[in-house]
Design a protein around this ligand. Structure first.
Ligand code: ADP
Ligand code: MG
Length: 574
């Protein structure tokens, strides 16, 4: 698992090596200080030799200053390595998410991806900084202080032989118990992020439905859930400190007791006991650090596994084809296509779909909501892969094209579309960076957006708020259509893209497409029968199956569903 993250470290190798190296030097310098101290007491003071005291004292100062210097070097290197490592992992996750298909994103949920990109990377980064510094310092300190203590007095060291197993057992117990609880806590984090995200994205809907109270309660629930999960994990974790400290102070008491007896009995010097106690505190301090590292590693292991899960995720719509295959024309063929979103579910969302569309045809698709119209057209630019059967574009299986090539030629205006913050022109060029101003204007004229854009004071340079909040629904739809047209695709799919546009404008958009984009295949999913009544063919979808295909006139003669929709909408007109 950890190996997976190694590549993200390569840029910071030097700092990753320097940080622990510097801290080892720091420990080796520091560890001499109590020994020098005992020399001052036992040799210098005992023989009243002031020059010895001053000389040894001076040496202590030099060592302390050097130790501090190396400590600082280690801290700086550690921070550089840690922060760099974190930033590289974030970059890695972000890039991986960009490759994700819709299905991959559905699987993780947006909120969980955000938590993993932020909190989990933070946990990992902190754990890493700890590993390269404190996790090196503590064992080195432990070993060298034990050696020093042993060299002062062999028999007193046996106190530890009792203490260490007690600590080891209780720590492993704590770690084992907390790991699953931390995992559960991170899941609650996901849930809370999901609530907040959904609320913020839909804040206008929440306000207009006066649902703030409901939303507050919902937030309280997830927030409390997070708190309880954290408490459950902490409840075990808090035992760590008291167990540590109790052992530590018991050891000191035992050493003072046995050491005191030895000093009184004359088998040990006072200075030796003083330095022995210093070493004991250093030993216990490093044990405490080790236990802290332990706990943090447990927490970060949960985070690392969540990060690796993303990095390991198999992107299910991949660019296997690398042949420079071009899309020759805008024809589309569905051969026995079936599809389900989830491989485990029983029923197909699309069932055995067969049809053929010739280049340049105008095709209408109608059907009730939830009848799988959107699902059907999403297979054409390969936003999802078919479960069975094949989709051909320009005579080739969509899987044989490079994704970029395919999606440049199949432009889809999604039902739920978004604009980004920036000027109108920036947003439009998003579809085609190299488009000239003339091309932008032409696309906007075809999408019937030019006139309203020019009515804005700054025209094409008007700033859009985040998500395009300062244009109306119908205006936004027309901008999205223009953005799709700007790619000059061979196939354009409008998924209910004119639902908020008035009928007259809707008609003008279709007329413009018919006149100016004769060779482009146009697929229009619509609720209004008028939007498809001049199509070359209409596909009627009912519950994931094709109910009928024909010209609007044929269908009006023969098809019940078509007649029903036609009649209900004609009544409105009459
Ligand atoms: N991302 C998804 N994951 C799982 N099920 C989905 C997803 N999107 C749509 N569905 C389901 O697929 C069916 C068809 O949806 P959709 O194609 O959006 O219908 P339409 O566009 O005709 O209204 C619906 O039952 C819907 O619940
Ligand atoms: Mg739809």
């Amino acid at each position: 698992m950890i190996k997976k993250l190694k590549p993200y470290l390569s840029k910071y190798k030097l700092f990753t090596i320097l940080a622990p190296l510097a801290i080892i030097i720091e420990v080796l310098l520091e560890i001499r200080i109590p020994f020098l101290m005992s020399q001052i007491v036992d040799v210098g003071i005992a023989s009243q030799d002031i020059t010895y005291v001053l000389k040894t004292g001076g040496l202590m100062i030099v060592m302390a200053v050097l130790a501090m210097l190396f400590g600082v070097i280690s801290a700086v290197c550690g921070a550089k390595a840690g922060m760099g490592f974190g930033s590289e992992i974030r970059k890695g996750i972000f890039n991986k998410i960009q490759e994700f298909s819709f299905a991959n994103i559905d699987k993780f949920s947006t909120a969980s991806l955000v938590t993993r990109l932020t909190s989990d990377v933070n946990n990992t980064q902190n754990a890493f900084m700890m590993i390269i510094r404190i996790a090196v310092r503590a064992p080195v300190m432990l070993v060298s202080a034990t050696i020093m203590a042993y060299s002062i007095n062999k028999s007193l060291v046996s106190v530890f032989l009792v203490a260490i197993p007690i600590l080891a057992i209780s720590l492993s117990f704590i770690a084992m118990k907390t790991y699953p609880r931390f995992h559960a806590m991170l899941k609650k984090y996901d849930a809370m992020n999901a609530t907040v995200q959904e609320n913020l994205i839909s804040v206008r809907v929440v306000k207009s439905f006066v649902r703030s109270k409901f939303e507050k309660d919902k937030f309280k629930e997830t927030n409390d859930g997070l708190m309880n999960a954290s408490l459950r994990a902490e409840k075990i974790l808090i035992w760590n400190m008291p167990i540590m400290q109790m052992t530590m102070y018991s050891c000191i008491i035992a050493i003072l007791w046995f050491g005191g007896i030895k000093v009184i009995g004359g088998t040990m010097h006072t200075g030796e006991l003083i330095s022995f106690i210093s070493y004991v505190s250093q030993i216990l301090m490093s044990l405490m650090m080790i236990s802290m590292i332990f706990v943090n590693l447990v927490l970060s292991r949960a985070s690392v596994s969540r990060i690796v899960e993303i990095l390991d995720e198999k992107v299910d719509v991949t660019d296997s084809a690398s042949k420079g295959l071009k899309v020759p024309d805008g024809s589309i063929v569905f051969n026995n296509v079936s599809f389900k979103y989830n491989n485990e579910s029983e029923n197909n969302v699309l069932d055995n779909i067969n049809f053929e569309i010739k280049p340049g045809e105008r095709v209408g698709i109608i059907g009730g909501t939830g009848s799988s119209k959107t699902t059907l057209v999403q297979l054409i630019p390969r936003l999802y892969d078919t479960t069975e059967g094949e989709v051909l574009v320009g005579g080739n299986n969509v899987k044989d094209y490079k994704l970029d090539t395919l999606r440049d030629e199949v432009s889809m205006v999604l039902q739920k579309n978004v604009l980004f913050s920036g000027t109108i022109k920036d947003n439009l060029k998003w579809g085609n960076l190299s488009a000239t101003d003339e091309e932008v204007m032409e696309a906007c004229k075809n999408a019937q957006a030019h006139d309203f854009i020019m009515s804005f004071e700054k025209g094409y340079d008007t700033e859009l708020g985040q998500g395009g909040v300062n244009v109306s629904g119908g205006q936004k739809q027309r901008l999205c259509i223009a953005r799709a047209l700007l790619k000059k695709p061979k196939i354009i799919i409008l998924d209910d893209s004119t639902s908020a546009v008035d009928t007259a404008t809707d008609t003008r958009i279709r007329e413009a497409l018919n006149e100016n984009l004769k060779d482009t295949t146009v697929i229009i999913i619509a609720q209004r029968i008028t939007s498809i009544c001049d199509a070359d063919k209409v596909i009627i979808i009912d519950d994931g199956r094709i109910n009928a295909i024909g010209t609007p006139d044929e269908l009006l003669e023969t098809n019940e569903i078509y007649q029903e929709i036609y009649n209900s909408q004609q009544k409105g007109v009459a």
